[in-house]
Design a protein around this ligand. Structure first.
Ligand code: PLP
Length: 432
């Protein structure tokens, strides 16, 4: 029996099946954009651990910062005794986040925890409880964030009762417009609809926040049309509603800006970050207007592990790596390359219904028929399998599981990217 088979046997015995694995391999080492398994196989990683490894696996500055911090101390709990890296990282986040106003940041451990805290803060600051969230959104798997998440299976099914006071409206998913309209002649009907639900579903005086991803992540890299975020933000401003921008997947340089919302020229009241923030260590943050962040009472916010010193040092090293290696430029360059190749593939391969993205956040939506747009879920799963069998890691997305998304580390070399895309193209032709 191979070591891989042995570990799978143990995994099946000791770990629940709901905690899923996409590939059958077992990781041994990872550097840059390459992951090696315990049998010596090498994979070009176009997933970056689902958007976590923007600075690359084992990024040297990150590894050094973690090792040095581990030699000093690994935990005090920020609430027991604070440390410099937490304060410095908060200062940097406040400086980097969009908005020419005073901001504050707190740290937690995961994207879901960041969203939970952003909602708590928004509710406290507004003294309202309603949250407007979007169809096809993903915000996490805790009770509140699975409620805020749209996709039912596998995320919500069987796990109820869900949290109250969440109101859902369609996102600006133009390829599958909920109103059957076309942009720009639609006049952004989807924003008008939000105004309607403030009469038909919940009173405006009861709505604390609109929670939106700048670009849908798990929902399939849906980029809203120009003006959409601005119009939603205006609606919020007109009605005393806060705008929470969930940057967990699209942020930290993925779209060639540090925060994806910068592309849309909107200054959110609260921003959640996680994933690529700390180069693979668990860290997440809530950044927001000082008066909003300071609303909750003393002791009302916190976390035992949140803003762990190893993770904060790693995050500072991630920021340094972005600067020194000009990773925002790199995101633009490699994203343009992927987009160009995907568009070319779309011309040749019928199953590719739509290609979209921004910066290095690029996806293709696979359909059985370009007119009916029937989602090609099984073919997407088959494509991912073919790719990993040929040495390329890719990942699925979308409410119907028919979207292939690319989240490669931004340090991927041109050769690795080329090879990865060639294998993807070859696999698409085979399944198409
Ligand atoms: N928000 C968004 C936009 C996400 O993409 C995710 C995870 O994919 C989350 C929140 C939840 O993050 P985590 O899995 O770290 O809890």
């Amino acid at each position: 029996m191979s070591k891989t088979d042995e570990l799978w046997k143990l995994r099946e015995e000791h770990i629940p099946k709901a905690v899923f694995n996409v590939t059958p391999y077992i990781a041994a080492k990872a550097i840059g954009a390459v992951v090696k398994d315990i049998e010596g196989r090498e994979f070009i990683d176009l997933t970056g651990g689902v958007g976590v490894m923007n600075v690359g696996h084992s990024a040297p500055r990150v590894v050094k910062a973690i090792k040095e911090q581990a030699d000093r101390f690994t935990h005090t709990c920020f609430s027991v005794m604070m440390y410099e890296s937490y304060v410095e990282l908060a200062r940097r986040m406040n400086e980097l986040a969009p908005g020419d106003f005073a901001k504050k940041t707190m740290f937690v451990n995961s994207g879901a925890e960041a969203v939970e805290n952003a909602v708590k803060i928004a509710r406290y600051a507004t003294k309202r409880s309603g949250i407007i969230a979007f169809e096809d959104a993903f915000h996490g798997r805790t009770l509140l964030t699975m409620t805020l998440t749209s996709k039912v299976k596998p995320y919500k099914y069987g796990f109820g009762t869900l949290a109250p006071d969440v109101y859902r409206v369609p996102y600006a998913y133009c390829y599958r417009c909920a109103f059957g309209l076309k942009y720009p002649s639609c006049g952004l009907r989807c924003v008008e609809y939000i105004k309607e639900i403030l009469h038909t579903h919940v009173a405006v005086e009861d709505v604390a926040a609109v929670l939106a991803e700048p670009i849908l992540g798990e929902g399939g890299f849906v980029v809203p049309p120009s003006g959409w975020h601005k119009k939603v933000k205006q609606l919020c401003e007109d009605n005393g509603i806060l705008y929470i921008d969930d940057e967990v997947q699209a942020g930290f340089g993925r779209t060639a800006k540090m925060f994806a919302i910068e592309h849309f020229e909107v200054e959110p009241d609260l921003i959640t970050t996680a994933k690529s923030m700390a180069g693979g260590l668990p860290l997440a943050g809530v950044t927001g207007r000082t008066e909003v962040m300071d609303a909750p009472h003393f002791g009302g916010l916190g976390s035992t592990f949140g803003g762990n010193p190893l993770a904060c040092q790693a995050a500072l090293a991630v920021l340094e790596t972005f600067e020194k290696e000009k990773l925002l430029n790199r995101a633009q360059l490699i994203g343009a390359k992927v987009m160009e190749r995907f568009k070319a593939m779309q011309k040749e391969i019928d199953i590719i219904g739509d290609v979209r993205g921004m910066g290095a956040m690029v996806a293709m939506e696979l359909v059985k028929d370009r007119v009916t747009k029937e989602p090609a879920k099984d073919q997407t799963s088959a494509l991912i399998k073919k790719c990993y069998e040929k040495g390329v890691l890719t990942f699925q997305a979308g409410t119907y599981g028919n979207i292939l998304r690319i989240l490669m580390p931004l340090v991927i070399t041109d050769e690795q990217l080329e090879e990865g895309l060639n294998i993807l193209q070859e696999s698409l032709i085979e399944i198409g």
